[in-house]
Ligand binder design. Structure first.
Ligand SMILES: Cc1ncc(COP(=O)(O)O)c(C=O)c1O
Length: 426
């Protein structure tokens, strides 16, 4: 839906005429298209694709999988973050190439779908689910898939939730595997070493329907902290200290040997490279870095390649940019900002994504966003015709990948496969 707001237009007009004079003149960012994207564009056209499409470059994906596996120290397990790679075919491909049976799952629909498709895989919940969602999972579980539930580790963040899951396990008359969420500094909930953790560990030990499976401690805040005065290092040491103390408490309750073989999960894409041995964590989870949306353009993830793009046809390619009701200011705006010269209206839009090819394309905040035909502006060298493709990099893969239907798999100049995505779920 396109919503042109009157106030936005008025302020936009005022800004065009007046405020721009206070800013430094923008340089022209338009230029020739990247041959890489021209090749993908040809592949899409050859495959008769003519609507907004999520493209994964399989060669780049494979490079990213190998990069991740290559970074892992001896004995470190890899858990695939399903919500960031939300397609059974994509997950199956990564499982095979990375040689892992571990998945991290974040909602009941995906948990159910994965239990059905990959019953042998281990699934660790990445967030604690309301007990009713767990009950719904068991209600929907077929007799044939029942064993898959034994491979699920339910994430528990509080004593109250542990009690609810204990009641569920008793009602189902089955053993539930419990993983305790640790607050290692993110402060998104979970246990810290101390009395509450002790009670939870004791409660699991004495409950015949519960089995202690391990800990999960996630610390994505750490790379966001400044390095000044050792701030970041201190936060990382603090996180590991919390983890170590929690392991010591678990060893007191369950015995040292049993703790060594627990699931000791940590990390995510931004932090997996911090783990250079298995002293604290014995597995890391990561997903996004394998397709590398823009939010994962960080120093640590520099060796990972952008491997996912939104491609969408141009509906209209116009030689000048004209603003409704503000035509009087178009000339001044064009003279001021060369990147405002030309306009394309694309098929769809308003995604969590940035245009990357042709170069220099920008959203027009005065015209507004549109999910139907979004306006993009470009400079004098913008060279794209109707039906050719504009490429975007998504900000994130989670949720965004679910918006386009089947993923188009690109390799060696061709669309070689299509990978269905999970049904939309939150
Ligand atoms: C608990 C947990 N672990 C790991 C991840 C990492 O996922 P990704 O690698 O896709 O950032 C997330 C992401 O939200 C998470 O919540």
């Amino acid at each position: 839906m396109l919503k042109i707001d009157r106030r936005t237009l008025l302020f936009g007009g005022a800004a065009i005429v007046g405020v721009t004079t206070l800013m430094s003149k923008p340089g022209d960012r338009s230029g020739p298209r990247d041959p890489y994207f021209l090749d993908v564009q040809k592949a899409l056209a050859d495959a008769n694709i003519a609507s907004p499409t999520l493209v994964i470059d399989r060669a780049r994906l494979n490079t990213n999988i190998d990069t991740l596996v290559g970074h892992l120290p001896d004995g470190m397990g890899y858990r695939i973050v399903a919500k960031s790679l939300p397609s059974l075919s994509l997950i199956a491909h990564i499982r095979a190439r990375a040689g892992t049976d571990r998945l991290m799952t974040f909602n009941q629909p995906m948990l159910s779908a994965l239990s059905e498709a990959m019953p042998e895989a281990s699934q660790l919940l990445g967030k604690p689910l309301p007990v009713q969602a767990a009950r719904n999972y068991f209600d929907g579980l077929s007799e044939a898939d029942s064993a898959a539930a034994d491979n699920v580790q339910w994430l528990i963040d509080s004593g109250d939730r542990l009690q609810q899951y204990s009641d569920l396990a008793a009602g189902l008359d089955r053993t539930l595997r419990i993983n305790l969420e640790l607050d290692v500094g993110l402060h998104r909930g979970g246990f810290e070493p101390g009395a509450d953790l002790q009670s939870a560990l004791e409660a699991i030990r004495t409950d015949t329907n519960l089995k202690f499976a391990g800990f999960m401690g996630y610390e994505p805040h750490i790379p966001a902290l400044p390095t000044t005065l050792g701030w970041r290092d201190k936060a990382l040491k603090g996180a590991w200290n919390i983890y170590q103390k929690s392991l010591a408490q678990a060893a007191d309750v369950f015995g040292g040997d049993s703790v060594r073989n627990l699931t000791r999960n940590a990390a995510g894409s931004p932090t997996y490279r911090y783990y250079e041995d298995t002293e604290i964590a014995n597995e890391i989870s990561a997903g996004s870095c394998l397709v590398k949306p823009t939010h994962f353009d960080s120093e640590l993830l520099e060796p990972h390649l952008p491997a996912s793009f939104i491609a969408t046809p141009v509906i209209k390619s116009l030689p000048t940019t004209r603003m409704p009701g503000l035509e009087f200011a178009d000339g001044a705006k064009r003279a001021w900002d060369p990147n405002y010269n030309k306009t394309v209206f694309i098929y769809g839009g308003h995604w969590l994504a940035d245009p990357v090819d042709p170069p220099g394309l920008e959203y027009n905040s005065t015209f507004g966003r549109s999910s139907n035909q979004e306006m993009l502006n470009g400079g004098p060298d913008l060279d794209i015709k109707a039906d050719e493709f504009v490429f975007f990099r998504p900000h994130q893969s989670e949720a965004v990948f679910l918006q386009f239907g089947d993923i188009a798999v690109y390799e060696d100049g061709k669309i070689v496969d299509t990978w269905p995505v999970f049904e939309a779920s939150a």
